[in-house]
Design a protein around this ligand. Structure first.
Ligand code: GTP
Ligand code: MG
Length: 439
C-alpha cells in the first residue's frame, strides 16, 4: 500500500450545484477530521462545515467515509461534497495539501484500486471508457467490461493455458511422464481449440474496440463534388464552408454524432486532384492519411458532371471499404446510380434517408448487443498470444518440449498482460496517465 494520502476534485472543472473532492490513503480519516472537525464513519453521510487553517468556514456540505478495503481504491477514502464552485473546491484541496495530502496524478485513484486488487486492468480501462463514451452502445459495452464480462473470458482462457503448460512442463521435468504419440496428438488438439477460442475473443474485442472509437466515415472525392454540402446535410447543420470554388475545403473537418446509439464520426476532406499549391497539397495528404484509417470511405461523385469512380479509386487505399455516392441528382432527375451505389442531393435531401440507413447498417454491425469495450492494447496482446500458440503448434516433435513450453509460457504471459496479472511499470504508467485527474 502506498504511503501518500492523495486528493483531487472528482467532478469536472466548472460551476455546478455540487462539487466533490476525494481523499484516499492511510491518513484520509484523520485529515478529514482536521478539515471538518467531525470524524468520518464508514458509509455514513455527515453534514459538516469545511474550515481553513484559521478555522474560518470554506463551505458547508457533506462528508462520506469509506473504510478500506471496502472503498473504491481499497484504502481509507473520504468524499467531500461541497458546492460546485471552482474556488471552493480549490480551497478544499489546498487545505488538504496543507494538512499533508498530496495532489493525485491523473488516474491515480484507479491505479490504486488496481494495485490493491479491487479491479483488474480491463476494468480500470473500462471506467475510463465509460466516462469517455460517445454513444449509448459504447457506454453499454464499457459497463459490460467494467462488470467483468471481458475479464472472465480472458481468465478462463488463461486457466486452460495454465493447465496445458503444467502438462508440458511435467513432461520435461519428469521423463517418466514424457509425452507419447497419443499424448502429443491430444496436446495438439487442445492447442488448436485454444487458438480457436482466442480467435473468437479477438473478433469480439475488435468489435468492442471499434465501438469505443466510433464508426469512422471519411468523405472523399474531387474538388467541388459536393462533399462539404453532403456533410452539412447529414448532420443537419451548416458546419463546413461550401462555395462554387473548387478547392474550398483544406483542413479535415471532423463531426461526431450519436447515430441511433452508435458513435459516428464523419470527416470532410480536401478535394483530391493534382496541385502545385502547398496548402492544398497538404490538405490532400491529410485526406488520404485519414482515408487509410477509415472504417468506411464515402466516395462522393458529382452526378451532374458525369463523374466516374475509376480515376479516384486509384488514389485511395486499396483495402478499405468504399461506398460510392452520386450527389447533386436534383440537377439530373433521370439519374440512376450503378448497382451498389447511392444517389443523393444535398440540396433537396433526396436519397439521404437511404444513405443514413446504409451507414446505420454498416456501423450497426459494430454495435451488436452483448459486446464489451476493448482497447488497442488488448487486441495486440491477443494477437501476440495467438502468434505464440501458432509457434507452439509447430513444436510438437519429440525433443522440442523445451521450445514448446517456452511458446506456451509467452502465450500465457500475453493473456495475463490483458488483465494486468503480469504488468510492467511502464505499461501501468501509460494506461493510467491517460485518465483524468480525480479518477
Ligand atoms: N444543385 C446542387 N448543388 C450542389 C449540391 N451539393 C453541392 N452543390 C454545389 O456544388 C458546389 C461545391 O459544393 P461543396 O460542398 O463545396 O463541394 P466540395 O466537394 O466540398 O468541394 P471542395 O471543398 O472544393 O473539395 C457548391 O456550389 C454547392 O452549392 C447538390 O446536391 N445539388
Ligand atoms: Mg469542401
Amino acid at each position: 500500500m502506498s504511503e501518500d494520502t492523495i486528493t483531487a476534485s472528482a467532478t469536472p472543472p466548472g460551476r455546478g450545484a455540487i462539487g466533490i473532492v476525494r481523499l484516499s490513503g492511510t491518513r484520509a480519516f484523520p485529515l478529514a477530521l482536521a478539515l471538518t472537525g467531525v470524524a468520518p464513519r464508514h458509509r455514513r453521510v455527515q453534514r459538516v462545515t469545511f474550515r481553513d487553517a484559521a478555522g474560518e468556514p470554506i463551505d458547508e456540505g457533506l462528508q462520506i467515509g469509506f473504510r478500506g478495503p471496502r472503498s473504491f481504491t481499497g484504502e481509507d477514502c473520504v468524499e467531500f461534497h461541497a458546492h460546485g464552485a471552482p474556488v471552493v473546491l480549490a480551497m478544499l484541496e489546498e487545505r488538504l495539501v496543507e494538512l499533508g495530502a498530496r495532489r493525485a496524478r491523473p488516474g491515480e485513484f484507479s491505479e490504486r484500486a488496481f494495485l490493491n486488487g479491487k479491479i483488474d486492468l480491463i476494468q480500470a480501462e473500462a471506467i475510463a471508457d465509460l466516462i469517455a463514451a460517445g454513444s449509448r452502445a459504447a457506454a453499454r459495452a464499457a459497463l459490460r467490461s467494467l462488470s467483468g464480462v471481458f475479464s472472465a473470458r480472458v481468465q478462463s482462457l488463461a486457466e486452460a493455458m495454465l493447465a496445458l503448460r503444467v502438462e508440458v512442463e511435467a513432461a520435461i521435468d519428469f521423463p517418466e511422464e514424457a509425452l507419447d504419440l497419443s499424448g502429443r496428438e491430444a496436446l495438439a488438439a487442445r492447442i488448436a481449440s485454444l487458438s480457436a477460442a482466442i480467435d473468437a475473443l479477438r473478433a469480439e474485442a475488435e468489435r468492442g474496440f471499434r465501438l469505443r472509437e466510433g464508426f469512422h466515415v471519411v468523405l472523399l472525392g474531387r474538388p467541388n463534388a459536393g462533399k462539404s454540402s453532403l456533410l452539412n446535410a447529414l448532420i443537419g447543420e451548416d458546419r463546413a464552408i461550401v462555395t462554387p470554388v473548387p478547392g474550398t475545403t483544406r483542413d479535415l473537418l471532423r463531426e461526431c454524432l450519436d447515430f441511433g446509439g452508435l458513435a459516428l464520426t464523419l470527416v470532410d476532406t480536401a478535394g483530391l486532384r493534382e496541385t502545385e499549391e502547398a496548402v492544398e497539397a497538404e490538405g490532400i495528404r491529410r485526406a488520404l492519411a485519414e482515408a487509410s484509417r477509415a472504417d468506411l470511405m464515402l466516395l462522393v461523385l458529382d452526378a451532374a458532371a458525369a463523374e466516374t469512380p475509376e480515376p479516384l479509386l486509384e488514389k485511395l487505399p486499396v483495402d478499405g471499404d468504399i461506398l460510392t455516392v452520386y450527389t447533386k441528382i436534383d440537377l439530373l432527375p433521370e439519374f440512376h446510380p450503378p448497382p451498389g451505389a447511392l444517389a443523393v442531393s444535398a440540396k433537396t435531401g433526396q436519397g439521404l434517408d437511404r444513405l443514413r440507413a446504409c451507414l446505420a447498417e454498416r456501423g450497426g454491425a459494430l454495435a451488436a448487443e452483448g459486446s464489451f469495450s476493448a482497447r488497442q492494447r488488448h487486441l495486440e496482446a491477443l494477437a501476440r498470444c495467438r502468434g505464440h500458440l501458432e509457434a507452439a503448434s509447430g513444436r510438437m516433435r519429440p525433443g522440442e518440449e523445451e521450445l514448446l513450453a517456452e511458446e506456451l509460457r509467452l502465450a500465457h504471459r500475453a493473456l495475463a498482460e490483458i488483465t494486468g496479472e503480469v504488468s510492467s511499470e511502464e505499461l501501468l504508467g501509460a494506461i493510467f496517465s491517460s485518465f483524468c485527474i480525480g479518477k
